[in-house]
Design a protein around this ligand. Structure first.
Ligand SMILES: Nc1nc2c(c(=O)[nH]1)N[C@H]1C(S)=C(S)[C@@H](COP(=O)(O)OP(=O)(O)OC[C@H]3O[C@@H](n4cnc5c(N)ncnc54)[C@H](O)[C@@H]3O)O[C@H]1N2
Ligand code: MOO
Ligand SMILES: [Mg+2]
Length: 431
């Protein structure tokens, strides 16, 4: 008799997979290779940032007290005693009525407690002529200037530690290292960082009908689009993959390939052959391997046949052969598990709400994930949307989520939208 499968809710399937995932050991990664990895340890500020009081403007460092009472009629006069750019440190200590011409990012000289922007000054007659000229190669710098307002102590200063304090936790372990994180690491002089290892993921497309992308079409055959797609989905999340030659639907051959892949990879993603057809061999593969099947039917469309099994701590993701189902199964189940193996805290796709632009009348008892185009405000299905569609996965940038139920949806309804293309996702699964 044909096997009857009992569908489980999507949220439960997601939870079964992520509960099973274990973080891999950590390793040291050079800063240049850190983008896309996950912090294995919290990032603690190694020193104050900035590490010295500095000027946020091109201007003059002064003593605020020397500007007391300044006004348009009674301008305060300053003598320029030094001239520094970022990277230089003045050896001068400001005395009464003295100023240092200072550029953005330069350390405040001793005695200074305010900065006047260049635009707020007026060049003045030389106060003590000949005392200070410009060095060769430098543009002429006034020896003196006046200002028309009083400055308060601390005005226009970028204070030591205002951005980060030594010892402060800036990011928790489990954070994605994105370009901003790379900047942080470099700020603190980390030329390397501790990150959990990335899983090595094998990809095995199954199906006697499959031709490689470079092959000419033959009767009854199709080109393998799932394999390259999954490799790209992995690459999007910074995970390297190992592509196995597509397997024909012959049990012993497939078993050999799966065994070999499991000995070479931390996890194997297969596509196709997970349903109930005569040539759907993955259920038999799991059985022969003695793998523990976490589920083989999910209350979702597409991807209802998605199967996840575990053998000796290694995941076997049995994604559907149908391209839309394969895409969705990867993003919903494989991605969170792999992220957890990499030590990430935010495992799930980012979610937003948007206004549906057109009716979606087809009712379904299962939750639906519809490939869609999201423009920041509204969302519309990306065309032909059956489980076997390739066009809509190619056109879309988001997934509309319609909860299971009997009613259809109408234009104007506010719907949930998943954004799987985002660099970093969400810490919660809420659907
Ligand atoms: N009697 C039933 N039939 C089917 C059921 C069912 O419940 N009862 N489920 C249907 C659903 S839903 C899906 S989804 C598919 C799942 O099929 P499989 O995962 O077993 O995949 P295959 O049979 O191998 O292939 C399905 C489809 O996808 C094409 N395919 C396969 N691999 C690739 C690839 N690498 N690149 C592009 N396209 C691929 C394949 O040629 C088939 O057209 O089963 C339904 N049937
Ligand atoms: O698994 Mo199938 O994609 O539900 O159409
Ligand atoms: Mg099948």
């Amino acid at each position: 008799m044909m096997e009857m499968r009992k569908p489980i809710p999507v949220g439960e399937a997601v939870a079964r997979v992520t509960n099973e995932a274990r973080r891999l050991d950590e390793e040291t990664v050079p800063l240049e290779a850190a983008y896309g990895r996950i912090l294995a340890r919290p990032l603690i500020a190694a020193h104050d940032v900035p590490s010295f009081d500095r000027s946020p403007y091109d201007g003059y460092a002064i003593r605020a007290e020397d500007s007391a009472g300044a006004s348009g009629g009674e301008r305060a006069v300053f003598r320029v005693v030094d001239h520094i750019g970022a990277g230089a440190v003045s050896s001068k200590t400001l005395g009464q009525g003295e100023a240092v011409r200072i550029m953005t990012g330069a350390q405040l000289p001793a005695g200074a407690d305010a900065v006047v922007m260049l635009e707020q000054t007026q060049e003045a007659e030389t106060v003590s002529a000949g005392e200070r000229g410009s060095k060769a190669g430098e543009s002429a710098v006034p020896n003196a200037f006046t200002i028309r307002k009083a400055f308060s102590p601390g005005e226009n200063i970028s204070f030591r530690g205002e951005d980060m304090r030594e010892g402060e936790e800036i990011l928790p372990a489990g954070s994605l290292i994105h370009p901003g994180t790379v900047a942080l690491l470099a700020t603190f002089g980390h030329t390397e960082v501790q990150a959990a290892k990335r899983p090595i993921v094998g990809i095995l497309s199954t199906g006697t009908e499959l031709l490689e992308a470079g092959a000419a079409l033959e009767p009854g055959k199709i080109r393998n689009s799932n394999g390259p797609m999954i490799a790209a989905q992995l690459r999007r999340m910074g995970v390297p993959s190992r592509m196995y030659d597509a397997a024909v639907d012959r049990l012993e051959d497939m078993l050999d390939t799966v065994r070999r892949a499991l000995s070479e990879c931390d996890c194997l993603i297969t596509t196709g052959g997970v349903s109930v057809g005569d040539y759907d061999l993955l259920p038999a593969v799991y059985e022969r391997l003695g793998a523990d099947v976490l589920f083989n039917k999910v209350a979702m469309r597409p991807g209802s046949v998605t199967t996840v099994a575990v053998l000796e701590g290694r995941f076997l993701f049995g994604l559907s052969g149908n391209p839309s189902a394969c895409y969705t199964g990867f993003e919903l189940f494989a991605r969170p598990a792999l992220l957890k193996m990499m030590g990430a805290e935010r495992l799930y796709p980012l979610r937003t709400k948007a206004r549906l632009e057109e009716d979606f009348a087809k009712a379904n008892p299962f939750a639906r994930f519809i490939r869609a185009v999201y423009d920041g405000r509204s969302v519309r299905p990306a065309g032909f949307n059956k489980s076997n569609a390739v066009s809509s996965i190619g056109r879309g940038n988001a997934l509309i989520v319609l909860p299971g139920g009997t009613r259809g949806f109408a234009a104007g309804d506010i719907v949930d939208v998943l954004l799987p293309g985002m660099e970093e996702g969400s810490a919660v699964w809420e659907l």
